[in-house]
Design a protein around this ligand. Structure first.
Ligand SMILES: [Fe+2]
Ligand SMILES: [Fe+2]
Length: 276
């Protein structure tokens, strides 16, 4: 290298955070995400926010909380609880960095994928998809949807991150295999439990069945152990309170990718805890 010539960065790290649950999850993310970004030198952060408003859905207040400060979260993806907060159908129209699942009825507001400029260099496409197995009705086939989106993306876009929000492991693995070599990463969300299968697939796509959640460590998917166990025990309908205080666990993955080729080089699961 000649003197004065800058070394070109071709590999960057992106932080992908699992479903953020309630106020406790938002508080924990606010402290932990900047720390993790610094530690792993992450130039971009995508987080699933579908449970951030009281455990179900999202609204403008939560979005302002999550996207509010520099070096924090850059893009929020969603899932099956997308319209749980009534105000959000209107609010999403003015949100540039929030995506809803792409395979919803096209008459529904918002966008399911978008291209973002990474301040440190390059562009990435972020795509949000919803699974069909054990999910709500009226979801268009995510496999057909992603094929159409990839055909429509401009050829200059090499770095593509997919949040596949789905219940069934088989559906998620099938999506990973279908997209291997076509996208940078297929990252699962929705089950709130981080899976131990983070891998770089043979074609160069980073994959994990589920990234996990940002929610109470002593909980059932972020909700009160007592409430959920009682519901399973007596079968009676009841409110399942979100655990907002105590030790909150943040689960995420760091994906290292080549910004020229879009290939993933490494996927590292991250998990840490904080008292809120
Ligand atoms: Fe969730
Ligand atoms: Fe979900």
């Amino acid at each position: 290298m000649f003197q004065g010539e800058k070394k070109r960065v071709t590999v960057m790290n992106l932080l992908f955070v699992g479903d953020i649950v309630g106020k406790g999850g938002r508080k924990a993310a606010k402290t932990l995400v900047p720390e993790i970004r610094r530690k792993y030198n992450c130039s971009f952060c995508i987080a699933n926010g579908e449970n951030s408003a009281g455990g179900s859905g999202i609204n403008e207040k939560c979005i302002n909380d999550l996207l509010g400060s520099d070096g924090y979260i850059d893009v929020i993806t969603l899932g099956d609880h997308v319209w749980a907060q009534k105000s959000f159908a209107q609010e999403i129209k003015s949100q540039k960095n929030v995506l809803r699942p792409a395979n919803l009825n096209p008459k529904q507001p918002g966008y399911g994928y978008k291209i973002f400029r990474v301040p440190a260099g390059g562009e990435i496409a972020v795509i949000n998809l919803l699974g069909t197995i054990y999910m709500k009705d009226g979801i268009w086939c995510p496999f057909e949807e992603i094929t159409g989106i990839l055909n429509r993306l401009p050829s200059r876009i090499k770095c593509i991150f997919v949040d596949f929000h789905a219940e069934a492991t088989s559906e998620k693995i099938a999506m990973g295999r279908l997209l291997d070599g076509k996208v940078t990463a297929v990252l699962g969300t929705h089950t709130h439990v981080q899976t131990a299968d983070a891998v770089i697939l043979p074609g160069g796509t980073a994959y994990i069945t589920d990234a996990g959640m940002v929610g109470a460590d002593f909980s059932i998917l972020g909700r009160s152990v007592e409430d959920v166990v009682s519901k399973f025990t007596d079968g009676m309908p009841r409110r399942l309170n979100v655990v907002e205080k105590g030790i909150i666990r943040l689960d995420a993955v760091v994906v290292s990718y080549n910004i020229k080729t879009g290939r993933a080089e490494k996927i590292q699961p991250v998990s840490c805890k904080i008292q809120v």
